[in-house]
Design a protein around this ligand. Sequence first.
Ligand SMILES: Cc1ncc(COP(=O)(O)O)c(C=O)c1O
Length: 390
Amino acid sequence: MNAMVSKSYNAREAEQQHLLQVYGQYDFEPVAAEGVHITCRDGRTLLDFYGGHAVASLGYAHPDVLETLNKQAEQLFFQSNAVALEVRATAARKLAAFAPEGLQRIFFVNSGAEANENAFRIALKKTGRNKILAVEHSFHGRTAAAGAVTWGAHDKWYGFPRTPFDVDFIPRDDAQAAHAMVDSDTAAVVIELVQGVAGAYDLAPDFVDAIVSACKQHGALLIVDEVQTGVGRTGYAFAADLYDLQPDILTTAKALGAGFPVGALMLTGDAAGCLGNGDLGTTFGGGPLASALISTVLDVIERDNLLENVQKISSRLQAECLTGPVNKISGKGLLLGLHCEGGAKAARDALLDKDILVGTSGDPDVIRLLPPLILNDEHVDELVAALAAT
Ligand SMILES: Cc1ncc(COP(=O)(O)O)c(C=O)c1O
């Protein structure tokens, strides 16, 4: 570790001086990271199966990411959407090629919630209706519109006196309810195909089919929220490919920038047809640094066969992690939920004692694995051994 890092500094205490205390935090402080390992101030090295909430798609200090950042920063650090840029056009072309068939219109933003916020705005405008349905246990973000369709937000943290549109939640995996609830007032149904925050819960294919057919029948848009599942996380470019779906709008963020804040909406030409000059906007979205990084992330995923890597590593994790406290595994690719006897917190703490970082979830029994897509066999061996000894 860098000799300049003082072991006695306490970042949590220092943060408390000015930062709002709204996060439950781990009690280690990362000071450096490389590959899939985090170095902490106290000198410990952690194997990272959490990836900073699924963001560190290429791990840390990836040479292509660093080179892109440096080159782009030197060449053109920032310009807004008031001007067209080659670097932005290239990122959009690459993302459209990576996206599920038919989603060829792109809008760049800065975060997952902002992507969803704009997706809902488009669905309301396109249909002229005012109701959005989501699925119970879903998470779509913290803004007024994204929080409105997040399960449980109203009781816990929503904080606005009313939602900006009518909202209802379809019971999870209840195909009959989906058919009954989608109607001619429904502008859109938004779904996470694998519900991340809920504990890597993969929706039943017949439930997803019911939503797709109900949307078609009533002219409602299908919005697939791939903020957590997108950009290779499930072993496919997008989970929509895994479920063989063609959404009207797909939103993504997190992994797309490998740590740089980015978000994107991908739309069909038909959904995009209702939009004109001035209907959407953002200052930072699609800036040069963000755009350059999006291109690099997509290039590296392709060049290094990371989708195949995710599929291979996921098969091993699913076959071998049913050990120690783990009695069931849910999820897809490298978004996996390990269901633990004795609860998620105890399992997470036991793994952290063995220098392995995993996340918890909305399900008190489920720890979440969201590691970088570059994970390899040795890392799987380490986790399996640690679980077995837990
Ligand atoms: C499925 C999903 N949608 C939306 C969001 C919100 O994204 P952001 O925190 O970038 O606004 C998240 C964040 O965890 C998410 O998992």
